[in-house]
Design a protein around this ligand. Structure first.
Ligand SMILES: Nc1ncnc2c1ncn2[C@@H]1O[C@H](COP(=O)(O)OP(=O)(O)OP(=O)(O)O)[C@@H](O)[C@H]1O
Ligand SMILES: [Mg+2]
Length: 254
């Protein structure tokens, strides 16, 4: 099986605030790992540390066997990222947004770049009629799909998703979950997905990592639900989570 990401003894400290306290974890090849934790528990900082965007206080991170260094670019061609909020460029069209990483990281001719971007839009369930629109002209769900198309532009081996279903209505969120599952199954992707959406955790993820007390509890959904940790118990004990556990029984992929 093997690990595509290893994090060892990660420490992130901001002044007096200790966000990560010698946190260690692995992301296994081909899994969809869900990452949860309270607001401010360090989910985004963990992702940014792995992506080489934020230098940790200490610790070691490797991605696909390559150690992340913070003074030079990492193996960024190997991964795609859907940032919290989508982060599309508002002055560029949908087509231009998706083409941007291809233009930056390859010397592909314009025609090929164009076709590749169109293909990615289709893969995320969009019609090519959106290609010439600007992000502000799209619904939230469509913008998420465009961001996903852009994250897939360079055919990454690892996909990072920060809150992909935040702000979507339950139907759109369920459709987006199905899209993530479909892409995972068809593109040989390893996915690390930060989410507050308990339905997504049950429906999509193989394992779940919970950030608590500066450390991490990681396991199958069933193992996490059996945890004695007070915060984990209260997080998954709330009615919305219980409902998700009940209704997602069929689709849960543990
Ligand atoms: N560059 C920074 N300088 C100072 N403090 C920071 C910095 N980056 C993050 N923090 C702090 O680290 C903590 C963790 O932030 P992070 O963004 O990782 O939280 P999160 O778990 O992603 O929360 P949310 O669910 O709200 O997105 C927060 O308290 C934040 O204020
Ligand atoms: Mg965050």
């Amino acid at each position: 099986m093997g690990n595509v990401i290893t994090v060892r003894n990660l420490v992130n400290r901001f002044g007096d605030q200790l966000v990560h306290d010698r946190l260690s974890m692995d992301v296994r090849r081909d899994e969809i790992l869900g990452v949860v934790g309270g607001s401010g528990s360090g989910k985004s900082v963990l992702m940014r540390s792995i992506l080489g965007l934020q230098r940790p206080t200490s610790g070691t991170i490797t991605v696909l066997g390559q150690k992340i260094r913070y003074h030079k670019p990492g193996p960024s061609r190997c991964w795609g990222v859907l940032f919290q909020g989508g982060a599309l460029l508002s002055g560029l069209t949908v087509q231009e947004n998706v083409e941007l990483p291809i233009a930056l990281h390859s010397d592909m001719p314009v025609e090929t770049r164009h076709e590749l971007a169109s293909l990615k839009l289709l893969m995320t369930g969009l019609s090519l009629s959106v290609a010439d629109k600007y992000p502000s002209e799209l619904s939230g769900g469509m913008r998420k799909r465009v961001s996903l198309a852009r994250a897939l532009a360079l055919e990454p081996r690892i996909l990072f998703l920060d809150e992909p279903t935040a702000g979507l209505d339950p139907i759109a969120a369920t459709e987006f979950d199905a899209l993530i599952t479909y892409l995972h199954d068809n593109l040989d992707l390893t996915i690390m997905m930060i989410t507050h959406d308990v339905d997504s955790l049950f429906g999509v993820c193989n394992r779940v990592a919970v950030l608590v007390d500066g450390g991490i509890v990681i396991g199958s959904m069933d193992e996490i639900l059996d945890s004695d940790h007070a915060w984990i118990k209260s997080y998954f004990g709330v009615p919305r989570a219980k409902r998700a556990r009940h209704t997602a029984g069929v689709s849960y992929r543990g």
